[in-house]
Design a protein around this ligand. Structure first.
Ligand SMILES: [Zn+2]
Ligand SMILES: [Zn+2]
Length: 248
């Protein structure tokens, strides 16, 4: 975060949220980063496809896309829908210097993961879907890297030894600077070429792949296939939010 660009009010707000147990969004008294009423306003992804977590009208179904071709990843964890406050916060992190929102969002994802893995074995390694170097230069940071670092910090506190390792250098690299996913039509997104990413480095047998938002799932699917090809036996996808289909 570039502190020079922040106003004094913003700095005070961030300071208060870090040190005084105040809600990161509305500044009310709160435990663990968010107050109850802000938390309740988050769009939980309750009804979704069993496998890819695409938001659906009814729960516990398999969406048309998964029925015609099952995704390569084993599990997808996506606690929220990419709409409302979640969309505002993630946009703010990416485009508007809102990096202090990483903490509450990742806190919520961590809680969800702890619940989901209560009777499952944890992945050995966490990797993330990175941005292209030129986009990182433009924004000044890679939001998925910052989020994964925070996520590992949280999980380490909660899990100790069992916490998946984060490699010093993320083995996944984005080598093609494709247009931002959100600026493409669905048809264009599905066409996004596989060769946008490259893998370089040792991969564990059971890997968690983190991204902030999953839209069509094509980026995640391409990265999963690269990981499987490189020796991973199981890939679990962890995202904060899943985008509902336009027609939904
Ligand atoms: Zn609040
Ligand atoms: Zn599905």
């Amino acid at each position: 975060m570039d502190w020079k660009k922040l106003s004094t009010t913003k700095i005070t707000q961030v300071y208060k949220s870090i040190f005084l147990d105040l809600c990161y969004i509305c500044n009310a008294k709160a435990q663990n980063t968010l107050c109850k009423s802000c938390h309740e306003g988050f769009p939980a992804n309750l009804n979704h496809c069993q496998h890819c977590k695409r938001p659906t009208q009814k729960s516990s179904i398999l969406c048309g896309q998964c029925q015609s071709s099952q995704p390569a990843y084993q599990v997808c964890i996506a606690p929220y829908r990419f709409e409302g406050i979640i969309k505002t916060l993630i946009h703010s992190i990416k485009f508007n210097q809102g990096t202090h929102y990483i903490r509450p969002l990742i806190y919520l994802l961590s809680e969800h993961l702890i619940e989901s893995y209560s009777s499952e074995s944890w992945p050995e390694q966490i990797l993330y879907v990175p941005s292209h170097p030129s986009r990182i230069k433009e924004r000044g940071f890679c939001q998925t890297k910052a989020m994964t670092t925070q996520l590992t910090r949280n999980l380490k506190e909660l899990l100790g030894e069992k916490c998946p390792a984060i490699p010093k250098n993320n083995p996944l690299r984005k080598i093609k600077n494709t247009k931002a996913q959100h600026s493409l039509s669905r048809k264009e997104r599905l066409k996004s070429p596989q060769s946008s990413y490259q893998l370089d480095g040792p991969i564990a047998k059971h890997v968690a792949l983190f991204d902030d938002v999953m839209t069509t799932g094509s980026t995640i699917e391409n990265c999963t296939k690269l990981l499987l090809k490189a020796g991973a036996e199981r890939v679990d996808v962890w995202v904060i939010a899943r985008t509902p289909d336009k027609e939904y």
